[in-house]
Design a protein around this ligand. Structure first.
Ligand SMILES: Cc1ncc(COP(=O)(O)O)c(C=O)c1O
Length: 377
């Protein structure tokens, strides 16, 4: 069965390239090829210049898997599978590997679409566990425990979180992993915004290091600013899960693109430089956003994210957020993402802190709020 269309992708597909400013993007401004190649060490530059454009290894280039394993402490290169379709592919493989008819999964909500759209198409049922805005979007572990059933195969989480910027404490995250281990379910931890914590001390350990059944999903799109490479991965010491995911992969991308693999290798070897670049962009935007929402406190309720690069403010004006977003795009050519794409109706929208054009977009939103909202109300 074909899953329901992705509301997020559908929304971006309709509007993203028609507006001047995408103020809700979940990636950091793309790094240029020139900028990236300037960071290459001798070995990876030679690999790039001598690259043959044939098929690559299904599990990923050995040097790339080694560089990815550098993100982990107990999870080695052999535990890494590179995905040529980004983290989106990794999540697709894992959902297919873990869920079938009669199975059950628990997923934090709101969530990047994957398991809650693909799971039902596979004949599985999915229980969302909402993060509570009244509690700083905290994950309620008791609610996760209550959602577990004998048929539960996996708990899908994502921290730092899209779209709320939620981040549990290390103790809470460890408790979640312990709960998964105790219940015999796989914790699928989508860690694509890892390393984008505002305080590096709050970076969580990777799930794949905390528990050998758990799996961590990573990508080049967010902390590295290289979404166009479409390189993601899954990392786990759970060999049965690796085998099942790789069987599905035979029917998706088979292997990653050869140029993207070498460019990812270059980027991961220049990890500190690229992550610092992303953090700088996000930090500067956070200052602008704080001041913007401070000036417009009558129109928006803003709670700063704890980590990552996304915020999820609430529109306080007596206007449905869908109308607000549509009019804003038409009048000011600025795109925000309404909460309906996350199956919510709380008059919220997602704002992204990864684009250097955000301050200009905020000026336009401010103008719109000042001049046009009266006519919308
Ligand atoms: C939480 C989360 N997981 C996975 C993805 C997929 O990342 P990519 O499109 O780079 O594969 C995204 C993208 O926005 C995301 O926000």
């Amino acid at each position: 069965m074909i899953p329901d269309r992705s509301k997020i992708e559908n929304f971006f597909g309709q509007h993203e390239f028609d507006v001047d400013y995408v103020a809700c993007a979940s990636d950091v401004d793309g790094c240029s090829l020139r900028e990236l190649l300037d960071l290459a060490d001798e070995e990876s530059l030679a690999l790039w210049e001598g690259l043959e454009l044939g098929y690559t290894e299904t599990t990923g280039h050995p040097l790339l898997r080694e560089a990815i394993a550098g993100e982990y402490t107990k999870t080695g290169p052999d535990n890494v599978t590179v995905c040529g379709g980004g983290a989106a592919e990794a999540l697709f493989l894992l959902t297919n590997a873990l869920l079938g008819p009669g199975d059950h999964a628990v997923v934090v909500a709101p969530a990047f679409e994957s398991v809650h759209r693909i799971g039902p198409a596979l004949g599985a049922s999915v229980t969302p566990v909402p993060l509570d805005p009244g509690q700083g979007w905290r994950l309620d572990l008791d609610a996760v425990r209550r959602a577990l059933r004998p048929a539960t195969r996996a708990v899908f989480v994502n921290f730092p979180h899209n779209p709320t910027g939620a981040l549990p404490t290390r103790a809470e995250f460890e408790d979640l992993l312990a709960l998964g281990a105790e219940a015999g379910v796989v914790v699928v931890s989508d860690e694509v915004y890892r390393h984008l914590e505002f305080d590096p001390e709050t970076t969580l350990p990777a799930a794949c290091d905390l528990d050998e059944r758990a799996v961590s999903v990573g990508v080049m799109s967010k902390a590295y600013g290289l979404a166009g490479l479409r390189v993601g991965w899954l990392a786990t010491r759970n060999q049965a899960l690796v085998d099942a995911a790789r069987a599905v992969k035979d029917y998706t991308t088979v292997c990653a693109s050869a140029p993207s693999e070498i460019l990812s290798l270059i980027a991961l070897r220049a990890r500190e430089h690229l992550v610092a670049r992303s953090r700088r962009i996000i930090r500067e935007n956070l200052t602008h956003v704080e001041s913007f929402f401070g000036q417009h406190a009558d129109a928006f309720a803003w709670e700063p994210p704890r980590a990552g690069m996304l915020g999820f403010p609430q529109l306080l004006l007596p206007v449905p957020v869908e109308d607000f977003v549509r009019e804003l795009a038409r009048e000011q050519s600025v795109l925000l993402l309404p909460d309906s794409v996350f199956d919510m109706a709380d008059n919220r929208f997602r704002i992204g802190l990864g684009r250097t054009s955000l301050p200009d977009a905020l000026d336009r939103i401010g103008e719109f709020v000042g001049h046009r909202v009266g006519s919308l109300a």
